[in-house]
Design a protein around this ligand. Structure first.
Ligand code: CAA
Length: 380
């Protein structure tokens, strides 16, 4: 057992920390308030290799391990969770899905620009009536010989307006249930594809969330990922890794809020001494740092398992469940430690508290993670 990070992992973590401080911190409050997508910052993240971190360099990626990705996700999320969700979706869902299951032509055409950050991608599974119950897809992709005809609506799609490439899950054969679902690569601008209005959200307000409408969109057969009927398994396998990304986002949101609370508690005085010297606050900080460390261990273990090619469905779900619930609890405490200051925008912790909430919802709610975990531990 070796808990030491490699020199390369430390370098990546420090580079992400510097980037977050220098490039993401300026303007983060205003972007949240105006729901402004961090376009310039995302472009720079692409140039630095943060959008295709684990992709093979032959497809334009950084060729790093998943542990490095977790470390970078934590640092970016400490400062700006709206930027880190773009990073998570592009890396874990879109790039990983294409690199693992795409054809060579699909990789050359789509993965290369996605991994270099030239364009960004979106992953489209959720629908107005299919969120947690993901097999109930109403979007249809009817087989028309050399193409599919795509019809339906997708909801709450991260990068919905800014993406150029969309991995869309749709039902081809209802009779076959989840075995009749396909994953298709859809390009922005295809005839019949429309982007709905941007959602006005509680948190991660700088990220770009839209519904998408498909009306008789012709998708060439070569844009299907995997065999006919592989779409649901594709979504499940992709999301298993996505959950490590979102767990790391939750970890970063919590550790960002904790670091701010720790600093504030050493500066703010009450009853003649720094508030950190009051046991009421010191014990909160003790709990917060312990919970953050536990989440970090779960995230790194899941990432390590993925790197070792060990099944990470269980460890990823555990990391996401624990880190998301922990992030919610820790950010609430960070606001509490800040008192009245915590309730105003300038101190950042109220934003982090709002941002934490989504980590309990997207890429599988906390309740869904409990389904995945309980099924796994109860199977023979
Ligand atoms: N790997 C491979 N296959 C898997 C799998 C996995 N991790 N999980 C399930 N499957 C397979 C099953 O083996 C089964 O196939 P077989 O019949 O051949 O054995 C098939 O998928 C169906 O599985 P279940 O019978 O378990 O299906 P279910 O209806 O009981 O639901 C579920 C399973 C885990 C609850 C699933 O529906 C689920 O994960 N729901 C949550 C969806 C989700 O996470 N949505 C997030 C949206 S994306 C997002 O948020 C991105 C963003 O923008 C940030």
């Amino acid at each position: 057992m070796n808990f030491n990070l490699t020199e390369e992992q430390i370098m990546i973590r420090d580079a992400a920390r510097d980037f977050a401080k220098n490039e993401l911190l300026p303007g983060v409050i205003e972007r949240d308030e105006k729901q402004q997508f961090p376009a310039e910052q995302i472009k720079k993240m692409g140039e630095l290799g943060f959008l295709g971190m684990m992709v093979d360099p032959k497809y334009g990626g950084s060729g790093l391990d998943t542990v490095s990705y977790v470390l970078a996700m934590e640092e970016i999320s400490k400062i700006d969770a709206s930027a880190s969700v773009v990073m998570s979706v592009n890396n874990s869902l879109v790039c990983w899905g294409l690199e693992t299951y795409g054809t060579e032509e699909q990789k050359q055409k789509y993965l290369v620009p996605l991994a270099t950050g030239e364009i960004i991608g979106a992953f489209c599974l959720s629908e107005p009536e299919a969120g947690s119950d993901a097999t109930s897809q109403k979007t249809t992709a009817i087989d028309k010989g050399d193409h599919y005809l795509l019809n339906g609506t997708k909801n709450w799609i991260t990068n919905g307006g800014t993406a150029s490439v969309y991995l869309v899950i749709a039902q081809t054969d209802v009779e076959k249930g989840h075995k009749g679902i396909n994953a298709l690569i859809v390009e922005k601008g295809m005839e019949g594809f429309a982007v709905g209005t941007k959602e006005n959200k509680l948190g991660i307000r700088g990220s770009d969330t839209h519904s998408l409408m498909f009306t008789d969109v012709k998708i060439p057969k070569e844009n299907r990922i995997g065999e006919d009927g592989f779409g649901f398994k594709f979504a499940m396998k992709t999301l298993a890794g996505g959950r490590i990304g979102i767990a790391s986002q939750a970890l970063g949101i919590a550790s960002g809020a904790y670091e701010l609370a720790l600093k504030y508690s050493k500066e703010r005085k009450a009853f003649g001494k720094e508030i950190s010297k009051h046991q009421a606050i010191a014990f909160k900080l003790a709990d917060m740092s312990t919970q953050i460390e536990a989440a970090r261990m779960l995230c790194i273990k899941a990432a390590w398992e993925k790197d070792q090619k060990i099944n990470y469905d269980l460890s990823g779900a555990m990391a996401k469940l624990y880190a998301a619930d922990m992030a919610m609890a820790v950010t609430v405490e960070a606001v509490q430690i800040h008192g009245g200051y915590g309730f105003v925008k300038e101190y950042h912790v109220e934003r982090l508290m709002r941002d934490a909430k989504i980590t309990q919802i997207y890429e599988g709610t906390s309740e869904i993670q409990k389904i995945v975990i309980s099924r796994s531990i109860l199977q023979d």
